[in-house]
Design a protein around this ligand. Structure first.
Ligand SMILES: [Zn+2]
Length: 295
């Protein structure tokens, strides 16, 4: 995936204080202007992209302090951190610190640096403020940003709910066409479903995703329906490792058997989500084998 320049984006009816910054088809981050604070939700995949993002919204910055949120420690959402002034607070869930302590964080960086030169100056800069538990809030005056721990996609994932304008910045807790579970443990599948239901129950007018370029709240219902269908289909398979093995190769268990993909979706994007589907299917099969109900 290559990224050219960034562009500002919005959605019909989205409050103008919420500005979507789009890095091609790689990822979106969001800048929120409130009376008392400017809040940048995610810093994109490189310091250069993050610097450009701040340049694009410079007319809105004024003299309010900048607060940054890292929704989760996946490379495309926080590798721009190092370009921020060292005094800029970076807020994340405490599970983010654990992820960064894991050698995997450095491993992903060296792998990506070997693949693409644009990552050469990425430095892993950890958050400066973390919260544990389920939620914290930024009180901007006219807008409140409620940070909601929404694990399942990753253990540290945080979504942002802005109640005054009924807008949820769901980041990767909701994805179009399908979400992806962190690993195959039934516990993470349960967390993914619980986070989706929590977002559904907000009854948001806008659910802004980081991938898929949509803010349609129907995507949340679609993600829940997909996981329900997957649970039901796997639930009809006998509970034995032999019966559950290699399900992803069988007819009736392909991604397109559970969701309809847009005809104009590029083939590599379809393949990307087929990998998500395979992870989800493996997790659902593992839950079935362990006789764990994850909904
Ligand atoms: Zn992502």
């Amino acid at each position: 995936m290559t990224t050219t320049d960034l562009e500002l984006a919005t959605y019909p009816g989205l409050d103008e204080r919420i500005i979507v910054i789009r890095a091609g088809d790689e990822v979106d981050c969001v800048f929120v202007v409130t009376e008392r604070l400017n809040v940048l939700v995610d810093t994109l995949a490189t310091p250069a992209l993050c610097a450009r993002a701040l340049e694009l919204v410079s007319a809105h910055i004024g003299d309010r302090p900048l607060i940054t949120i890292n929704s989760h420690m996946d490379w495309d959402h926080f590798w721009g951190n190092s370009v921020l002034d060292v005094r800029t607070p970076i807020i994340a869930h405490s599970a983010a610190i654990e992820r960064l302590r894991d050698p995997e964080a450095k491993h992903v960086l060296s792998e990506k640096q070997a693949e693409e030169t644009r990552f050469k100056d990425v430095e892993i800069v950890p958050p400066t403020i973390t919260f544990s538990g389920n939620a914290m809030a930024l009180h901007g005056g006219d807008l409140t940003l409620e940070l909601i721990h929404t694990p399942g996609h990753t253990p540290d994932h945080v979504a942002v709910w802005i109640p005054e304008v009924r807008t949820c910045l769901a980041v990767d807790a909701v994805e179009y066409p399908i979400p992806e579970v962190w690993n195959q443990s039934p516990d993470n599948l349960r967390k993914l479903c619980a986070s989706l239901k929590q977002i559904r129950d907000l009854h948001a007018n806008h659910v802004v995703l980081a991938h898929g370029q949509t803010a349609d709240p129907e995507v949340v219902a679609g993600n829940i329906e997909y996981l329900t269908k997957l649970r039901d289909a796997v639930g009809r398979v006998p509970v034995s490792s032999a019966a559950l093995e290699g399900l992803h190769e069988r007819s009736g268990f392909q991604l397109e058997d559970f969701v309809s993909l847009p005809a104009d979706m590029p083939e590599d994007t379809k393949n990307f989500y087929r990998e998500f589907h395979k992870s989800n299917l493996d997790a659902v099969a593992a839950a079935h084998l362990a006789r764990v109900d994850f909904f």
